[in-house]
Design a protein around this ligand. Structure first.
Ligand SMILES: C[S@@+](CC[C@H](N)C(=O)[O-])C[C@H]1O[C@@H](n2cnc3c(N)ncnc32)[C@H](O)[C@@H]1O
Length: 413
């Protein structure tokens, strides 16, 4: 996740009575630009003062106790939430109430004359609020030395987690680095997942996600893959956009003889490789590819769970969720016929949340199938059970609570 071109930050700091200019390498998992203004803060800085500075665009380089920094981050979150509730959220909730009313009256968003233009706006406003929240919280920084050692009081050893997440720093250059506490927390969380694994109950196994790889927070769609009848001939299957390798593992366990899994993200390939090894799977191959593998036999089955929302990703971590202009989805469909064996099937796993948010219509989706020369053989549906679909205070509750995830089985017309 390190930027290919090194970027640096500078700040003035008083050490032992002498104020001087300091410089360090800048790391950002979200590709945030290096902060222009940094001030040094510590345990004496109040949460109100820190919040004011962060909102003004000043970044805060923490020199206090490690655990106090975590508490400060929580205090900043509470202040952001309070401010949002008072301003943006009030407007958004008003619009959301309207859409909830239309949902209660059994009208779809398309049937209601009041809501159609509100819902996409609501979604974009929500993303803006999240982005602003992320920018403010990312302004709390810490410095680590060239082997990711932290010199903060009561700091845990973060070097292994940072090395796994951000790669080795150039030790010969002997330069320290500055990163946000949020990125550090992300790296520590990912290290725990990678060590403990995430249980997938319906499969009776755990998968081990890596930092920066989509780790499915919801597993309802796994059941769809277990329920769909395999094509009679199932010698070769592709898993396009394999992520942790979860779907490829299901296919191999169900008896597909050869599975070829692709992803654009090198982190995903390393992660899937580890998961295949843990499962003792020798019949799964990995390729870094934009969609389809090269030099591969025709597939009896092509499985894909693409990013499900047609919107521009705003950071590398969002590429698994957002697909600008549905490019991956449309590319997958367009390329399917030339990779499928006779009688081959495409299993497309797709949530209809984009339809409820009015970012895509059902007719558009069906039109893309038809243009790609594919027809729907059958469809299996599941309702998400995750927390956000039940949270009535979520401004997008009406859309989230109506969401259905489907496995579309498509074949040549
Ligand atoms: C929603 S995630 C699904 C991951 C995994 N298949 C699963 O179901 O848990 C989408 C995956 O597609 C990958 N991806 C996005 N665009 C791609 C492309 N053009 N070619 C290959 N993989 C892509 C992302 O890196 C991500 O791992």
């Amino acid at each position: 996740m390190l930027q290919t071109e090194k970027q640096y930050v500078q700040w003035r700091e008083n050490k032992n009575g002498n104020e001087s200019l300091h410089k360090a390498r800048w790391l950002s998992a979200s590709s945030h630009a290096p902060p222009a203004r940094i001030v040094v803060v510590d345990d004496k800085t109040t949460a109100d003062e820190a919040y004011r500075l962060a909102c003004e665009g000043t970044s805060l380089l923490w020199r206090g106790d490690f655990h106090n920094a975590r508490q400060l981050l929580q205090a900043l979150k509470r202040r952001i939430e309070r401010t949002n509730e008072r301003s943006e959220q009030r407007k958004i909730k008003k619009a959301a109430n309207k859409s909830a009313k239309s949902a209660k009256s059994n009208k779809t968003a398309f049937e209601s004359s009041e809501t159609p233009k509100d819902i996409p706006n609501l979604f974009h406003q929500q993303r803006q609020i999240q982005a602003q929240r992320s920018r403010i919280l990312s302004r709390l920084l810490l410095e680590l030395d060239s082997d990711y050692a932290s010199h903060l009081r009561r700091s845990p050893d973060v070097s292994a987690a940072c090395t796994a997440a951000f790669g080795q720093l150039d030790k010969a250059a002997d330069e320290s680095c500055v990163l946000s506490f949020r990125d550090l927390q992300g790296a520590l969380g990912a290290a725990q997942w990678r060590e403990k694994g995430v249980p997938v109950e319906s499969l009776g196994l755990s998968i081990y996600p890596h930092y920066g790889v989509f780790a499915p927070p919801r597993h309802e769609y796994v059941q769809l893959l277990l329920d769909a009848p395999l094509p009679t001939v199932h010698d070769v299957a592709y898993d396009i956009g394999t992520g942790t390798g979860l779907l490829a593992i299901i296919l191999a366990q169900r008896g597909v003889k050869q599975v070829i899994a692709t992803d654009l993200n090198p982190r995903a390939l390393a992660c899937a490789n580890e998961n295949f090894t843990r499962q003792g799977l020798a019949n799964v191959q990995l390729q870094q590819a934009d969609l389809y593998p090269t030099d591969a036999p025709f597939a009896n089955l092509i499985v894909c769970n693409p990013p499900w929302l047609p919107a521009k990703p705003s950071s590398p971590l969002e590429y698994a969720v957002y697909d600008a202009n549905s490019a991956m989805l449309r590319g997958l469909l367009q390329g399917a016929k030339s990779h499928l064996a006779k009688q081959g099937e495409v299993w497309l796993i797709l949530s209809d949340l984009a339809e409820h948010l009015q970012l895509r219509t059902r007719d558009e989706l069906l039109g893309w199938f038809a243009n790609a020369g594919l027809a729907v053989t059958y469809r299996l549906d599941t309702k998400p059970k995750h927390g956000r679909s039940q949270d009535e205070t979520d401004p997008l509750f009406a859309a989230r609570s109506a969401e259905v995830t489907s496995l579309w089985c498509l074949q040549r017309v």
